[in-house]
Design a protein around this ligand. Structure first.
Ligand code: GLU
Length: 283
């Protein structure tokens, strides 16, 4: 929000504060601008994906939308940062640990599965969501019905993802796996028949399949091949931030914002999500 005069800014902030109180705390995820600037107006850098519709998408007008975006905004608000104080940074799968370690971002909300390997480098708060690894294939292709079928197929996933690792380690070690930098590049490959299938979390794949320009082109196989517990990545050893984010996540579930965010972002894709998981990290 931009104000031409400091006086009118103060008046608007006061009015917003009153409105927020009247609405019961201003927790409505639809009106995040109701939070007055905290932390002395300082910015917070938050890592998200930019190309995962339903989870986190940078739209042509430069705004961001998706479940991870709503979670990031809710958590930032609980840490005292209004929506205008968030600087979203692109966090591709393979760069997440490094972005956190370098201090380029304060935390990352980017379909980021909690696992022991990553926990050697970063800490997580959460989990805040449970997804499952699945496959996206072209609508008319019925030749892939089980993970082993992939051993004779060209498969695409993303460098640094658990999806690619699971294929190599256990799901289909003989598959011709192509690893790209982002899932949207894989999707183009699937559409152009450069690859036969795209594998990652069902939450991500459902978002792609539901985009208006993709209607009728792709199909999720419904093979639930792993549990992916999404956590919020943060600097290793920052137990204070971890515990603050955990508290924010619990509040988001309790006050109904989590359900509203799920409905708003996954509803249009018809994605059937698992209930909110218990927060277990750091305890
Ligand atoms: N959740 C998986 C992971 O963290 C796959 C999705 C992604 O790459 O963001 O690797």
């Amino acid at each position: 929000m931009k104000f031409s005069k400091a006086g009118s800014a103060a008046a608007v902030i006061a009015a917003l504060a009153l409105t927020a109180t009247a609405c019961g705390g201003g927790d409505d995820i639809k009106s995040p601008s109701a939070s007055p600037a905290g932390n002395g107006g300082k910015k917070i850098a938050v890592g998200i994906k930019f190309d995962q519709p339903g989870l986190a998408l940078k739209k042509p007008d430069g705004t961001y939308a998706g479940f991870d975006v709503d979670v990031a905004r809710y958590v930032a608000k609980e840490l005292g940062y209004g929506p205008d104080q968030i600087e979203f940074k692109k966090a591709p799968s393979a760069q997440r640990e490094q972005l956190i370690k370098n201090g380029d971002v304060k935390f990352i909300v980017a379909s980021y599965s909690i696992n022991d390997k990553r926990k050697q480098q970063v800490d997580f708060a959460g989990p805040y969501f449970l997804a499952h690894q699945d496959l996206l294939v072209r609508a008319g292709d019925n030749s892939i019905t089980k993970p082993e079928d992939l051993n004779s197929k060209k498969l695409c996933s993303v460098t640094g993802s658990t999806s690619a690792q699971n294929v190599k380690d256990k799901l289909a070690p003989k598959a011709d796996l192509q690893e790209f930098g982002t899932y949207s590049e894989c999707l183009t490959g699937l559409e152009n028949k450069v690859v036969d299938a795209l594998t990652t979390d069902d939450s991500i794949l459902a978002g792609y399949a539901a985009q208006p320009e993709h209607q009728g082109k792709f199909r999720l196989t419904g093979l639930s091949m792993s549990d992916e517990r999404y956590g919020i990545g943060l600097k290793k050893g920052d137990t204070e931030l971890q515990s603050k984010i955990n508290t924010a996540l619990k509040k988001m579930v309790q006050d109904g914002s989590w359900d509203r965010a799920v409905q708003a972002n996954f509803g249009p894709a018809g994605y059937k999500n698992a209930p909110a998981p218990q927060v277990t990290e750091g305890s």
